[in-house]
Write a protein that binds this ligand. Sequence first.
Ligand code: PMP
Length: 389
Amino acid sequence: MAGNYTKMGIYDNITQTIGRTPLVRLKRIESYFNVKNELYAKVEFFNPGGSIKDRIAKYMIEGAKKEGKIAEGAVIIEPTSGNTGVGLALVAAVEGYKTVFTMPTKMSPEKELLLKALGAFVIRTPTAVAPSDPNSYYKVAEVVRNLIWKKKKPVSRGELKEIVDYVQRLVDEGRLEELKAILEEEVEETPYAYIPNQYFNRYNPIAHYETTAKEIWEQTGGDLDYLFAGIGTGGTITGIGRYLKKKRDVKIVGVDPVGSIYHLIKKGMRLEEALKKAHPYLVEGIGEDLLPEIVDLSLIDDIVVVNDQEAFAMTRLLAKREGILAGGSSGAALYGAIKYLKENGIEGKKVVIIFPDTGRNYLTKIFNDNWLLENGFEIYDEKILEGLR
Ligand code: PMP
């Protein structure tokens, strides 16, 4: 670092700015809903990629490096359309790795452009296929990995582009037999291509245990009673829950969308039964129709359920009343928290709520009246939220 520079707010690269996000008191929301608790939002859009997922991207890449799973010049491949892709792409850019993301065609063009802007390659796959089909976004990620492993050496950007174009062609032309043959061929693992897989990667909850949770503990001086977080991969709530429960009896409450399986499983329903009840919903980033390996439901005391309409109305109100432009899962978490506190008559407690990403990701959706109306939602947020006051 240059001689006259202080250490204050100066970093060697952008990945060092990941984490250390603020806790922000939601006083105007508290009074609007007459909430008799102190609400604090952990505002994760302060991360450089705009979401909490930057934390796990950094940990998954550092972890893979430490364990020898990636070598210099490696390609990181992940089936993702969202925040994890952005996090991985920006950490990879700094560390000199190349990235490939596979995503279903239903995902917006903006998401593809965002990843490409960060230097990534993107492969589009059909939307309505089973995860086990050779042209699903999960399997196509493995196809790319296997083709790189086969070369037994790092690939250049040019070579990677050829592989990506070739795989995209196989997918577009529906050449399933050829994709299947690549998947089934025995290839030796090399450190030149790696799929972190956030659903199975232990560094996902570890990132939250070591950073998100520790920050919350230090910021509150350990003086907190409730923690609310949406559950997607479950990494956030598992990592934070594990840490806080070790420190003291903080109540950990998950927030799950109507249509997801977590709240059904938590109530004791068998996975096969819960899967039959799963149905689509529009809030992004939370809820699942599978049970990720890394989630530990035993750390979660309770799960509160929120529907799309409630989540979107609260997300919009949050922007208008608090100036916090966050994503739909933040609105869902906030709605869930207030609903839970009121329904259970909880007062005088200190409550932390995780706000995972920025609302800029959803300007054409949640913050667009036409999109809401086209999808059958109301646009009068105050009216929808009236029942919660
Ligand atoms: N909200 C958003 C916007 C997300 O992208 C995610 C990650 N899927 C979550 C919430 C949930 O976080 P986690 O995967 O750690 O459960």
